[in-house]
Design a protein around this ligand. Structure first.
Ligand SMILES: Cc1ncc(COP(=O)(O)O)c(C=O)c1O
Ligand SMILES: N[C@@H](CCCC[NH3+])C(=O)O
Length: 439
């Protein structure tokens, strides 16, 4: 069995994370429960920063908070000295509520509203990543009205296809994100931005996709961007102070995945950018990256109580848990795969193969297909690993299931950082009808 971070088996034979027995967590907080190994998040954050420091490159590592955004997580990001990427007023509001330094917040999104852009300007956030010409014009108008200047990056789409699931590709030509780099769209936007009093153009941004296992895509993107930068240097006298190459670094969910070390992604990217800058005789830009999954993905574990069991003779054994696509939509959305153990006896030999079903009214609500497991019953707790990214952040109330709480564990202590939703929370926004419909 593969354990990462501080996960281990304790003297009782139970799964322990952050020095805390997971069965004690279940007694205290119930199930389903998201558990985060804080030491592992810190280790990942420091890994990125140390690699940049070692390479002597000016950089910002901005945590992509879409992966998992709560006040406590943002506070942790601040403690570790990272920057923060937000994509909505909600994520920005969370960052502000956590007192995150505004100058280190970067605002993303392909359809930011007027209200969101105004909020970003009013709060003085560090940088807006402009995605399209509609937004560029809107932001220019707002800056004019407010007599303010905005620091911007232009997001470009380099026209390459990284090897990952179709739904999480973003760098290909036919994408809803960014200015097309190849067909003149990006150059026209840059020219407009440079000619406007409203903007300080810090540089260029590009994000090619998510859960990527090789550096070739990032390198190709950098090459394509530099080819254009070289043209823009001649034609527009523009050299970027910042090059943001996005996130997307893949992690290990199951033993089918073979990610490379985070430091390797950074080293390969930096080596290439240094070569390109030298080749085109340009200043080495400050490098920004935006890891989400690779900072929090494998630090999260979800604990479920096992419930009903159904056998389809000679076909399959279904084992249902008390959560599902409402707390982890990734298997249903991307056919994502996970590994799991019984939290009370993780080392016990498997003697059956079961498929883990969620409790939502959808046939597609399956968390894991064909999982080898020791025979279990409703006294058992299932621990599903690597649920830290895009689990809680994509959780929903389908079937009016309350969203689970989140617990941080570190050095033998557990801290509740998001409480469990109650049934009252579920109807909190509902309003009764006021008028009787008369015939
Ligand atoms: C613009 C941008 N930056 C960063 C990320 C973070 O990606 P990941 O969690 O794969 O590192 C995403 C999501 O894919 C993104 O869209
Ligand atoms: N939510 C996706 C990744 C998309 C990232 C945001 N651009 C996942 O769970 O893998």
């Amino acid at each position: 069995m593969y354990f990462n971070g501080t996960a281990q088996v304790n003297e009782k034979g139970h799964l322990q994370i952050g020095g805390v027995d997971t069965l004690d967590l279940v007694s205290q907080f119930g199930t389903p429960l998201y558990v985060y190994d804080v030491a592992l998040i810190r280790e990942r954050a420091r890994g990125f920063k140390e690699t940049f420091d070692k390479l002597g490159v000016k950089a910002q590592v901005a945590y992509a908070s879409k992966a998992f955004s709560t006040i406590a997580m943002v506070q942790l990001v601040e403690e570790e000295g990272l920057s923060l990427d937000v994509v909505s007023a909600g994520e920005l509001y969370t960052a502000l509520a956590a007192d995150f330094p505004v100058e280190r917040i970067h605002f993303h999104g392909n359809n930011k509203s007027r209200e969101e852009l105004e909020m970003a300007l009013e709060k003085g956030i560090g940088c807006i990543v402009v995605d399209n010409s509609y937004e560029l014009q809107l932001l220019e108008r707002i800056c004019g009205e407010k007599k303010q200047k905005a620091n911007i990056l232009l997001r470009v789409t380099p026209g390459i296809e990284a090897h990952t699931h179709d739904y999480i590709l973003t760098g290909q030509e036919d994408s809803k994100f960014g200015f097309d780099l190849q067909n003149g769209q990006a150059e026209a936007a840059l020219q407009n931005a440079l000619n406007s009093q409203a903007f300080e153009v810090l540089g260029i941004h590009c994000h090619i996709g998510s859960q990527i296992f090789e550096t070739t895509g990032f390198i190709l993107a950098a090459q394509k961007i530099f080819e254009k930068l070289n043209e823009w240097k001649q034609r527009l006298s523009f050299e970027p102070a910042v090059l943001n190459l996005g996130g997307g670094f893949g992690i290990r969910y199951t033993n089918e995945d073979e990610p490379i070390a985070a430091s390797q992604y950074v080293e390969d990217i930096i080596t290439e950018v240094k070569n390109l800058a030298q080749h085109y005789n340009m200043k080495m830009p400050e490098i920004w990256i935006e890891p989400g999954r690779s900072l929090v993905g494998d630090a999260g574990t979800t604990l479920y109580k096992i419930g009903s069991r159904k056998e389809v003779p000679e076909v399959r054994k279904y084992l249902a848990v008390d959560g599902g696509m409402s707390d982890n939509i990734r298997p249903a959305l991307y056919q994502a795969k996970y590994e799991a153990v019984l939290a009370g006896r993780p080392l016990e030999k498997a003697n059956e193969v079961v498929s883990i079903a969620g409790k939502c009214c959808e046939s597609g609500d399956m968390l894991i297909w064909d999982l080898p497991l020791p025979e279990s019953d409703d006294n058992d707790v299932l621990a599903v690993f690597c649920t830290g990214a895009y689990g809680y952040s994509m959780a929903n109330n389908y079937n009016r299931l309350p969203r689970p709480p989140v617990v941080f564990v570190e050095n033998g202590e557990a801290q509740l950082v998001v409480r469990r939703e109650t049934l009252d929370d579920l109807i909190r926004l509902d309003l009764s009808i006021q008028t009787k419909i008369k015939n």
